[in-house]
Design a protein around this ligand. Structure first.
Ligand SMILES: Cc1cc2nc3c(=O)[nH]c(=O)nc-3n(C[C@H](O)[C@H](O)[C@H](O)COP(=O)(O)OP(=O)(O)OC[C@H]3O[C@@H](n4cnc5c(N)ncnc54)[C@H](O)[C@@H]3O)c2cc1C
Length: 333
């Protein structure tokens, strides 16, 4: 394979109902760093239908070019249609690197593309860097999170990776930033369309996605199922969201979309309360980038204290109600 014909850092832009997903902007932010170390460009692959009016936003967040693939076939995500469109764009433009958000859509699309392209895909990367010989170093947790493995795709192109939402940070929007918008029209083979979307029913979400929350009140086994009422009170007082360690999710206390960690969500709030959470490596992987961490644990040797900015040794079920009352009276002053 002649690798020299492949260049630039491409990001698959996921949109849902025309709304560009935050993970795409985060990946464009990371793609800028990678492209700058390679002396190359950041290019967004943007499939959908009637999407062109938002293409400029991708440039303002750091893309140099946007490849718009606008087709009625792409109005909603369906595996085959999207795979055909993005696959053809990759064949045409020959990217060196392709980054995809590790969302339900990205996790479906990424492996299809890599198989069709006969290249590798590293899923759930937590770190991406360029090596001295210009390969992409893709780092991800391995062996249950006990070690970090760095994977290199030396002989095939593109080098593909998925990254979970919240792992990378988006750049500040640069209003008026200039770039190029290219329209690309794939040739769809509709004989391969085996799935038709008849209806889409949206799950009613009453609460904010925990990856978007500014303050998270997170509870672990030390809180127990009965203790979550006082965590809810604390969260309501601070206008925060409640999340948890896997121990609590496995116990069925909260839904899986509230789990923080390696097999849950990666969060980066301004303030993270780790309450009755030991600080297992798989939990830390999802929250240690939080701006400020307050931990309460009765065990002064709990590993969570190694990453916390403020640690309180004591019984969480006694401290949280007192803290909530104190906060309420301070906030009402
Ligand atoms: C492949 C793999 C993936 C995983 N993914 C995740 C993941 O995404 N997220 C995740 O969270 N875990 C994950 N885990 C599980 C992880 O290893 C831990 O088992 C889990 O995080 C422990 O949850 P915990 O801290 O709530 O419970 P524990 O480890 O049991 O800790 C409870 C803590 O509460 C403290 N405590 C007890 N009573 C009180 C009290 N009254 N007041 C104050 N403190 C008290 C204890 O001192 C202890 O530190 C994963 C594991 C594997 C193998």
């Amino acid at each position: 394979m002649d690798l020299s014909i492949y260049k630039d850092v491409y990001v698959f832009v996921e949109q849902r109902d025309g709304v560009i997903q935050s993970v795409a902007l985060e990946l464009i932010g990371k793609a800028r760093d990678l492209a700058e170390s390679l002396g190359q460009q950041v290019i967004a692959i943007y499939p959908g239908h009637n999407i062109s009016q938002k293409a400029n936003e991708l440039i303002e967040y750091g893309a140099d070019k946007v490849i718009c693939i606008d087709s009625p076939h792409l109005e909603h995500y369906i595996t085959e249609q999207y795979t055909q469109a993005v696959y053809q764009a990759i064949l045409e433009f020959k990217p060196s690197i392709v980054m995809i958000g590790a969302t339900s859509i990205g996790r479906d699309l990424g492996p299809r593309l890599s198989a069709r392209l006969n290249t590798g895909l590293t899923a759930d990367c937590t770190k991406l860097e360029i090596s001295e010989d210009h390969n992409l170093l893709m780092t991800r947790p391995a062996f249950g999170g006990n070690l970090m493995a760095t994977i290199v795709c030396k002989e095939h192109r593109p080098q593909m990776s998925t990254v979970r939402p919240g792992v990378m940070t988006k750049r500040e929007k640069e209003i008026g930033r200039k770039g190029e918008i290219i329209n690309f029209t794939p040739q769809f083979d509709s004989s391969k369309f085996k799935v038709k979307l008849r209806e889409s029913i949206k799950e009613k979400k009453s609460k904010t996605d925990i990856t978007e929350a500014k303050i998270l009140v997170s509870g672990g086994r030390g809180v127990g199922a009965s203790g979550f009422e006082s965590l809810n009170n604390l969260a309501n007082t601070l206008n925060a969201e409640v999340s948890a360690s896997r121990a609590i999710i496995d116990a069925g206390v909260l839904d899986h979309d509230r789990q923080v960690g390696q097999t849950g969500k990666t969060v980066r709030p301004d303030l993270y309360f780790a309450l009755g959470i030991s600080g297992a490596i798989q939990h830390l992987a999802g929250m240690e980038e939080s701006e400020y961490i307050i931990a309460i644990n009765k065990d002064k040797y709990a590993p969570i204290f190694q990453v916390s900015d403020l640690g309180i040794v004591g019984d969480v079920n006694k401290i949280v109600p007192l803290l909530t009352e104190r906060l309420k009276s301070e906030l009402n002053k």
